[in-house]
Design a protein around this ligand. Structure first.
Ligand SMILES: C[S@@+](CC[C@H](N)C(=O)[O-])C[C@H]1O[C@@H](n2cnc3c(N)ncnc32)[C@H](O)[C@@H]1O
Length: 354
């Protein structure tokens, strides 16, 4: 049910992409250049530039894409990984070889036959270094409703996710989209895959889904099954980001939070979307989002932030009280920050001062 082997090459490669060259070279040798090359080709994906991609590593040369082409872009495999997943902005070593063409032809014909060479090379290099678009544009490009129509969430995501954008994050989103149709949905998973260029993106849905991507994994399961979610967290986590965009039933939101929050990494975020259902009785809500609703649960965490002032000033507290370090509420969406909430409370004499 959990394809844990799927990330056996990607996860260590994404981690090593910002390491020094020697460490990255060692990682590529350990994972094998062949397996790393497959990762690179998967990222190029549907962009099929009409070039031969020549990859160099440890004195070996391999050819990919259109292997018969005389238009050749030669790169070091290590550079490709550093540009694709790391912080390298430029190509430290890049060589292009062009077709000889008909040398007996008239020079104008010879030059005319070379039209488009630059575009093909650029298409390949752009696929290896996609421009960083903002999340609103990515939502529109991939068709996610997180920006536009009903919701305007991406501005909030941008603010909270900025520090994670270039990190090798693990993301889990509950709710892939498209409901019972296996071939629909996945817009936000594709958006996260592009936004987090070093991210492994997991999507959970109660229906089976066919959406795929080089760094996307789909899992079928019910977000109201706490035992299943705990197993998911142990096998595929810990996660840097969990997003609940599933059924939006209040009971489900609470069950999922308590099952998955322990599988969020310190410094990570748990996001709950569509909190309007906390006020809607049909969804298990209450007009004042009282205890028992999703927002009621989140409101109780505000008191939990100050548990040391209310009860034992020198420690104690429940799991959420000790591990939630911040909460941000916006229209219909909340971000819960995981971190140490371990400061002491104010001294006794201040509490009881008349
Ligand atoms: C609003 S859509 C998700 C949209 C997607 N996150 C996006 O932004 O493109 C909600 C999805 O949650 C799924 N869902 C409903 N109940 C669920 C449950 N109990 N467990 C897991 N997924 C569920 C539905 O099948 C549906 O595909």
């Amino acid at each position: 049910m959990f394809d844990t082997a799927r990330w056996s090459v990607l996860a260590p490669l994404l981690q090593a992409a910002t390491a020094g060259r020697d460490l990255l070279d060692d990682t590529i040798r350990r994972l094998t250049p062949e397996a790393v090359t497959q990762v690179v080709l998967a990222e190029i994906g549907d962009v099929k530039p009409d070039v031969r991609l020549e990859l160099h590593f440890d004195g070996e040369t391999t050819s990919h894409l259109n292997t018969a082409n005389e238009l050749v872009v030669a790169l070091h495999l290590t550079d490709v990984v550093r540009v694709l997943f790391g912080t390298e902005e430029r190509w430290p070593s890049l060589a292009v070889r062009t077709p000889a063409g008909d040398l007996d032809a008239d020079p104008r014909t010879w030059f005319a036959a070379r039209n488009g060479i630059g575009q093909e090379v650029d298409a390949l290099l752009s696929a290896l270094k996609a421009p960083q678009q903002d999340l609103g544009s990515l939502a529109v490009a991939f068709g996610s409703d997180k920006w536009g129509d009903l919701h305007w969430y991406t501005q909030h995501y941008e603010r909270h996710f900025a520090r994670l954008r270039t990190e090798p994050v693990r993301v889990l989103e509950i709710g892939i989209g498209g409901y019972a149709d296996p071939d629909r949905g996945g817009a936000s998973l594709k958006m996260w895959q592009r936004y987090f260029r070093r991210g492994l993106v997991h999507g959970l849905d109660i229906s089976p889904k066919t959406v795929s991507g080089p760094r996307i994994m789909t899992i079928q399961g019910d977000q109201s099954d706490a035992g299943f979610l705990d197993e998911l967290g142990r096998r595929l986590g810990p996660f840097d980001v969990v997003i609940d965009d599933g059924s939006h039933l209040n009971e489900h939101v609470r069950i999922s939070f308590h099952a998955l929050f322990p599988h969020v990494r310190p410094g990570g975020l748990y996001v709950v979307e569509d909190l309007q259902t906390a006020y809607w009785p049909r969804w298990g809500g209450h007009p004042e989002a009282a205890e028992g609703t999703s927002t009621g649960m989140l409101k109780s965490f505000v008191d939990g932030l100050n548990h040391a002032e209310v009860r034992d000033p020198r420690g104690g507290g429940s799991y959420t009280e000790r591990n939630i370090s911040g909460i941000s509420f916006h229209h219909n969406i909340a971000f819960v920050e995981k971190g140490l909430n371990a400061e002491e409370g104010g001294p006794e004499f201040l509490r009881t001062l008349n």
